[in-house]
Design a protein around this ligand. Structure first.
Ligand code: ATP
Length: 356
């Protein structure tokens, strides 16, 4: 049984923007699922439509074994954490955490006990009498999470809950949230535009573009085998090199260089066909001297990544990037050669991965 299932879910806003275009998605019970995609692709709309804060124009939302499409948010048995936490400024931490229980008419003693229990779990024991204005951003975030946890919903929905935190707190919160979700085992859908966050936290993820889901998979699948050139160009801290090429017998002609066919596409290409050759900078092995089957050119940019360098080569007018370990970085203007790993390079035909 899927904890959350979307069937042909469509949302057209008044004015005609189609924010969700007939989406199908099944999220199994207990999964931590991330929604990722560029600004405006429909992530927030999808989350709000699952929550019932937006009405679907077509299709269905099923939570557990109930079709909740026509139900009000309060009747869907889900809890949502927003980007701005939406805490009540005039209530202390205990009352903020206990608020959903008050709405459910749980008695005061039981409410306070539950708030104390959940607050302790989130390290808020010392802060239970404070108001949100007396808390740091990270502490407010914990209160918002505690409030969601106290409700014991069937599913949690998070809309960029970490976006107000500074970089260090954000990393801490990431680890903490993943651990917590794992312990609770509650199906969670998490919207982010930070792909490092999605890759680090999600069991599976969907990459969206203009109201469509372009790929669903584990972070490893999406990173190693992007299903199309959109996902390939979107995922990765440095985007994948996507280079136009032509099949020439059993080799490839790419940016004026002769490359071997990647292992994954062996025997699947036709002489003369146009392809896009994809290789991540991390899988382009850099040398200062000529190497057979490499992309050779001149170094045009060298960027420091900390423990390594991102080197951009001008290969007959096409820019190709490679990650080079520290101590081996070239100088601008040097000759350089990037040898793609055959076990990692990918071929796209008409924008789709070969084999699909
Ligand atoms: P971001 O990462 O910037 O928050 P998103 O992926 O969450 O973006 P949505 O907020 O879901 O995207 O928006 C999807 C599309 O729907 C966009 O084109 C947006 O302009 C449009 N949209 C969102 N809300 C409304 C609304 N209330 N009325 C009309 N159009 C809307």
């Amino acid at each position: 049984m899927s904890a959350i299932e979307l069937r042909g879910l469509t949302k057209v806003y008044p004015g005609g923007v189609k924010a969700l275009d007939s989406l199908d998605l099944a999220i199994p019970d207990g999964e931590f699922f991330a929604l990722l995609g560029p600004s405006g692709c429909g992530k927030t709309t999808l989350l709000r439509t699952i929550a019932g804060l937006e009405t679907a124009t077509g299709g269905a939302v099923v939570i557990g074994d109930r079709d909740v499409t026509g139900l009000q948010p309060g009747a869907r048995d889900i809890a949502m954490v927003f980007q701005d936490y939406a805490l009540f400024p005039h209530m202390n931490v205990t009352d903020n955490i206990a608020y959903p229980l008050r709405i459910k008419k749980v008695g005061k003693a039981a409410r306070q006990q539950k708030a104390a229990e959940v607050g302790a779990r989130l390290g808020l024991e010392q802060l239970m009498d404070r108001r949100p204005g007396q808390l740091s951003g990270g502490q407010q975030q914990r209160v918002a999470l505690a409030r969601v946890m106290a409700t014991q919903a069937q599913a949690f929905l998070f809309d960029e809950p970490l976006s107000n935190l500074d970089a260090r707190l954000r990393l801490e919160a990431r680890t903490f949230l993943k651990k917590l979700q794992h312990e609770l085992g509650v199906t969670t859908v998490f919207v982010t535009h930070d792909q490092a966050e999605a890759l680090a936290m999600a069991d599976r993820m969907a990459v969206m573009e203009s109201g469509h889901i372009r790929q669903i998979g584990t972070p490893a699948e999406v990173f190693q085998r992007p299903a199309n050139t959109f996902v390939a160009g979107f995922i990765g801290s440095t985007p994948m090199n996507l280079l136009d090429g032509v099949v020439r017998g059993d080799t490839l002609e790419v940016s004026g260089c002769k490359l071997a066919v990647p292992q994954s596409a062996e025997g699947l290409l036709h002489d003369g066909e146009k392809i896009v050759y994809g290789v991540r900078p991390e899988y382009n092995v850099y040398s200062a001297g000529p190497v057979d089957g490499s992309l050779g050119g001149n170094v045009s940019i060298v960027e420091n990544l900390g423990a390594s360098y991102l080197v951009t080569l001008d290969v007959n007018g096409v820019l190709v990037q490679a990650v080079v370990p520290e101590g081996h970085e070239p100088l601008i203007g040097d000759e350089g050669y990037a040898l793609p790993r055959r076990d990692r390079a990918l071929i796209y035909r008409d924008g789709e991965l070969v084999p699909a």
